[in-house]
Design a protein around this ligand. Structure first.
Ligand SMILES: [Zn+2]
Length: 156
């Protein structure tokens, strides 16, 4: 479920750029706050699931919105002043954020059991390394150890 916020926030980035170019630069008054909120949601989910990519994406979304607002305030840009720089910046941001979104979505936190790797679902029972052998994501082996002798024949 939590993974959906990644494609939604990516779509808002693309939509924000298209609206600036094709419709009106003042569309950022709607897409900006939406992206800011989605950035906060990504940050919270990333913090809860210790997902680096979600946190990075959240910080990116929040930063780009803050940067837009700061530029308008610093240079007292009118909508016509802002249009070209905003169009260029939002296109750059879409190009930057697309691969990051893809990785974040691939590594989205899923509803895995506590004894599974939270990135890829690999069964970590019996492992002491503290790192998933499949994808390298660190895990808390005290948490996994509690399941060593439990019956776990119903998933994987
Ligand atoms: Zn893994």
């Amino acid at each position: 479920m939590t993974g959906y916020v990644v494609p939604v926030s990516w779509s808002v980035c693309v939509l924000a750029w298209l609206l600036i170019v094709l419709v009106d630069v003042e569309s950022v008054l709607f897409t900006g706050p939406a992206l800011f909120l989605l950035g906060l949601v990504l940050l919270v989910i990333g913090a809860l699931h210790r997902s680096f990519w979600f946190v990075a994406l959240g910080i990116g979304h929040i930063s780009i919105v803050v940067l837009f607002v700061a530029l308008v305030i610093a240079y007292s840009w009118s909508p016509s002043d802002a249009k070209d720089p905003f169009a260029a910046m939002s296109l750059s941001y879409v190009l930057f954020v697309s691969p990051v979104s893809f990785v974040a979505w691939m590594r989205r936190p899923r509803g895995f059991a506590p004894w599974q790797c939270r990135s890829c679902g690999y069964a970590l029972i019996g492992l002491r390394s503290g790192r998933c052998p499949e994808c390298g994501t660190p895990f808390d082996d005290r948490e996994v150890r509690r399941f060593d002798y439990a019956r776990i024949d119903d998933s994987c």
